[in-house]
Design a protein around this ligand. Sequence first.
Ligand SMILES: *[C@@H]1O[C@H](CO)[C@@H](O)[C@H](O)[C@H]1NC(C)=O
Ligand SMILES: *[C@@H]1O[C@H](CO)[C@@H](O)[C@H](O)[C@H]1NC(C)=O
Ligand SMILES: *[C@@H]1O[C@H](CO)[C@@H](O)[C@H](O)[C@H]1NC(C)=O
Length: 374
Amino acid sequence: MGLPRGLRLWLLVLLAAAGAGIFLALLSSAGKPYPGPRAGARNTGTSRVSSGPKAVAHSGTRKSLPCQHPLHLAIQRHPHFLGRFNFSTPVLLSGGVFTQELWDHLSQRKAPYGWQGLSRQAIASTLGLLNSSESAQLFAPRGRLRDCVRCAVVGNGGILNGSRQGRSIDAHDYVFRLNGAVIKGFEDDVGTKTSFYGFTVNTMKNSLISYRELGFTSVPQGQDLRYIFIPSDVRDYVMLRSAILGVPVPEGHDKGDRPQTYFGPEASASKFKLLHPDFISYLTERFLKSKLINTNFGDLYMPSTGALMLLTALHTCDQVSAYGFITSNYQKFSDHYFERIKMPLIFYANHDLSLESALWRDLHSAGILWLYQR
Ligand SMILES: *[C@@H]1O[C@H](CO)[C@@H](O)[C@H](O)[C@H]1NC(C)=O
Ligand SMILES: *[C@@H]1O[C@H](CO)[C@@H](O)[C@H](O)[C@H]1NC(C)=O
Ligand SMILES: *[C@@H]1O[C@H](CO)[C@@H](O)[C@H](O)[C@H]1NC(C)=O
């Protein structure tokens, strides 16, 4: 996703063929999948309405219970994933870390993994605005009783159409959404709560164009909502700076755009987060190192927006549920949950959905996340 229409045709993959052969490798299941976000104690069925821990929407005031299925524990038990997760990798980029050293380091790689060829001025001025401690962390500081941060990440997959997962999604402490996240008319299936919206300027604007007629007429907005910029281009730094300052975009691809039309009236650094290029690089290297990197499409390849959000949640939350992500039976469902007629899932050359699908399946088998399937 996120490519101009002309280019899309060009890049239309190739991977459709691979799609058939994707689901071969079955990982040994050292861990145990956990029964789902609403289940109570271990070994209870999935259908029981939990009488125990019930995460209620706004968590600031509620008394939190310990995690039933902390992902850290599942990782400890799983040698393969234990060797991949590195929780010391910084997730967000903020002003406090902008140094000559970082500049030298990041200018060696191209976006989204670095700053090669990008304007130092554009980057430095943006990072200079992300100088508060809030910019360095995703969540507001935990209250003393917050023992377990439960997150739902909602992809836009057709599997959610008719799923009736809305209440279960909204019951998480934080809900992540991305790109064409249509809510109106799909509340029963996808819920209404949005804590984070993740995007690149390119994917956001393409979603507003491509899915407008299907109901994506504006980006989710709200007082408690935070935006996660994925820095795939200098555009993202320039838009972010303008959004924080509350001014029209002064230069470049999006010149003249008013950020308020996307993100609402609040212009402040605390509203916006920026993924660290090193984090994207680490995720790609450790979790989604696609064979596409060594093809002609190598420079275009990057993990999908959904993958970046789900992996962000796995590095910041204690327990993660994934809804609307690709499953092995994806052919049963439309590309997106908000389509009116069934559209096949499109495999674009800039992402590797086959690899992502295998990763979600394996993380689910290992009990590190819970993947909604049906
Ligand atoms: C984990 O990440 C930190 C920060 O980037 C790095 O210093 C450390 O060497 C990494 N550890 C491993 C085992 O990869
Ligand atoms: C952050 O930067 C802004 C703009 O340069 C400045 O006004 C503010 O005092 C800085 N805040 C901190 C905590 O350094
Ligand atoms: C979505 O679900 C409804 C009812 O379950 C069904 O009628 C419709 O065809 C589905 N849409 C797509 C695009 O599959």
